[in-house]
Design a protein around this ligand. Structure first.
Ligand code: ATP
Ligand code: MG
Ligand code: MG
Length: 375
């Protein structure tokens, strides 16, 4: 279910295990549909298409967290569905998601559920400055507004059309981490090394993973496992964390699927997060998540196609990227390079973290990325 880059990389991994993949995606030729063995072009709630998919598949997964939970339930009457609708339903609504995380004894940022203007008025000054986030359908920082005051929050809430939201306190983040893990049909879990992430304008820009475990690894892993168990989760899941200056570890959000911050696993781990998803679906043993080399992952956004101030497109210097030692380039085959659109990523490995960082910064120069990798 879903036709983006995550689906494309899942197809590649499942196909290399010998499986055939059908993609259900409303778009005519998305990144996944163009590499899948079959494309069912239909809306995610099209009953006929769902039945067709279920009849052709032994197992179904989702690469897109906003697939209607009801569709997953429909599919589950006919074939294995991982993750199940109960887990996806919680995670795709920030209000339900935060309440669930707290119920598992894990901390989140100070927040209030906003269903009406009166909830904003009652929210209290500790949530300002804050971020108002729509409860459903947001991604890559879309559906979010940074608000300094109640007035700004009321205005943003109206601009979002009065849909349910959460208002979170704007925190001074020392670091962002994520844990990608897989939980099998038998409840066994395999956790990937903890990733350190840098976001730019609400979009992941750089992920770094060292052989030496990241700070907070034990606590973050424990929290992610508690969440996966509490959701009775089957499949690959990502938990995003905030680290504050005083050492507090908070969960930001959960993604019920492989995650951008787990792309390093494609070149730096024994098993990639996408292969792991295919293994769970097929009821196979989980693969080793062991890190083989320090790695820096750089996201490539559509902006790279527009090096000048005008809107003239130029093909980026891929040969220059591939000339840097230790680099693996992954492009998603999207036809149109729009600014802020995820077009691909580069994994840069090295014998040491310093080495991987130096390779990444060479790629930064070649592509003129607006970021830099640091130790
Ligand atoms: P995605 O699903 O693509 O990760 P999203 O649209 O769901 O993104 P969030 O993960 O909520 O967005 O936020 C994106 C980024 O914005 C975070 O990774 C963090 O850098 C910043 N951010 C979000 N909430 C807060 C907060 N309360 N305080 C400080 N920074 C925040
Ligand atoms: Mg999100
Ligand atoms: Mg996020």
């Amino acid at each position: 279910m879903g036709g983006g880059q995550l689906g494309r990389m899942f197809c590649h991994a499942a196909q290399s295990l010998g499986y055939r993949v059908a993609v259900l995606d409303p778009a005519p030729e998305g990144p996944a549909a163009s590499v899948a063995d079959m494309h069912i072009q239909a809306d995610y709630d099209d009953e006929t298409a769902l039945i067709k998919l279920a009849q052709r598949c032994r197992a179904v997964t989702t690469e897109f967290e906003n697939v209607p939970a009801k569709s997953l339930l429909t599919l589950a009457a006919h074939c294995r569905v991982t993750p199940g609708s109960h887990a996806v339903e919680i995670v795709q609504d920030r209000i339900a998601e935060k309440a669930f995380i707290v119920s598992q004894g894990v901390a989140v940022a100070p927040y209030a559920a906003i269903r009406a203007e009166s909830d904003l008025r009652a929210a209290g000054p500790h949530l300002f400055p804050g971020i108002l986030k729509v409860a459903r359908l947001g991604y890559d920082g879309k559906g979010q507004a940074r608000v300094r005051s109640l007035d700004e929050a009321l205005k943003a809430f109206a601009e979002f059309g009065g849909v349910p939201c959460v208002l979170e306190a704007m925190l001074d983040l020392k670091q962002e981490l994520s844990v990608v893990l897989a939980r099998g049909l038998d409840g066994q879990c395999a956790v990937f090394p903890v990733a350190c992430n840098v976001h730019e304008q609400g979009i992941l820009a750089v992920t770094t993973v060292d052989m030496q475990a990241a700070p907070m690894t034990a606590r973050a892993t424990e929290a992610a496992l508690a969440i996966a168990r509490g959701l009775k989760y089957e499949g690959v899941l990502c938990v995003e964390f905030f680290v504050l200056g005083d050492g507090q570890l908070l969960v930001n959000e959960i993604a019920p699927r492989p995650h951008n911050s787990g792309h390093f696993s494609m070149n730096a781990c024994v098993t990639s997060q996408f292969e792991q998803q295919a293994r769970v679906m097929a009821g196979l043993p989980l693969g080793s998540t062991r890190l083989l080399a320090p790695v820096v992952m750089l996201n490539i956004l559509g902006d790279v196609w527009y090096p000048g101030v005008d809107d003239t497109q130029a093909e980026p210097n891929w040969a220059g990227v591939l000339a840097v030692p230790g680099t693996s380039l992954h492009l998603y085959g999207k036809r149109e390079a729009r600014r802020a659109r995820k077009m691909g990523h580069v994994n840069c490995t090295g014998t040491t973290l310093a080495d991987a960082v130096s390779h990444a910064n060479q790629v930064v120069q070649v592509l003129r990325l607006p970021v830099s990798a640091t130790l």
